[in-house]
Design a protein around this ligand. Structure first.
Ligand code: ZN
Length: 136
């Protein structure tokens, strides 16, 4: 498979409103987009650093994936996303190599990217996302 860079790091937070000032006023980054992803029951805020983004994730539903994550483990790093060329092939290759997939087929994520997750039980505890920007 062909990974080009870390596309983003996803961080679960209780509140975008409370956490954005840390990234802006302490780290000096700029929030350039806020977007709700209904499918994943989250509101996201994006920052850019080099070619990598930081994606803050606030749950919009306690039963959603981020709501459950925070309840179990508290706020903090939630996942790491690699930019990949040919997401279907990458998923197939990972599965052939014995990795458990959460998404067998890509779905639409924030910013119109095609995304799919690998199960953290197969990836040494890091929830891993592949994403591909086919709008380029
Ligand atoms: Zn992500």
């Amino acid at each position: 498979m062909k990974l080009s860079h870390i596309e983003h790091i996803g961080i679960a937070v209780n509140s975008l409103e409370e956490s954005i000032p840390y990234y802006e006023k302490v780290l000096g980054l700029k929030c350039y987009a806020i977007e709700e992803v209904k499918d994943q029951k989250v509101k996201t805020a994006f920052f850019k650093i080099g070619t990598t983004k930081i994606e803050l994730l606030e749950s919009t539903d306690p039963e959603g994936p981020i709501g459950k994550f925070i309840e179990k483990r508290g706020q903090g790093m939630h996942h790491m996303a690699f930019a990949v060329d040919g997401i279907e092939n990458a998923l197939q290759e990972a599965e052939e190599k014995g990795i458990r997939l959460i998404d067998k087929n890509p779905r639409k994520g924030a910013e119109g990217l095609d995304i799919a997750f690998l199960h953290p039980k197969s990836t040494f505890g890091v929830l891993t996302e592949f994403c591909e920007d086919r709008n380029k």
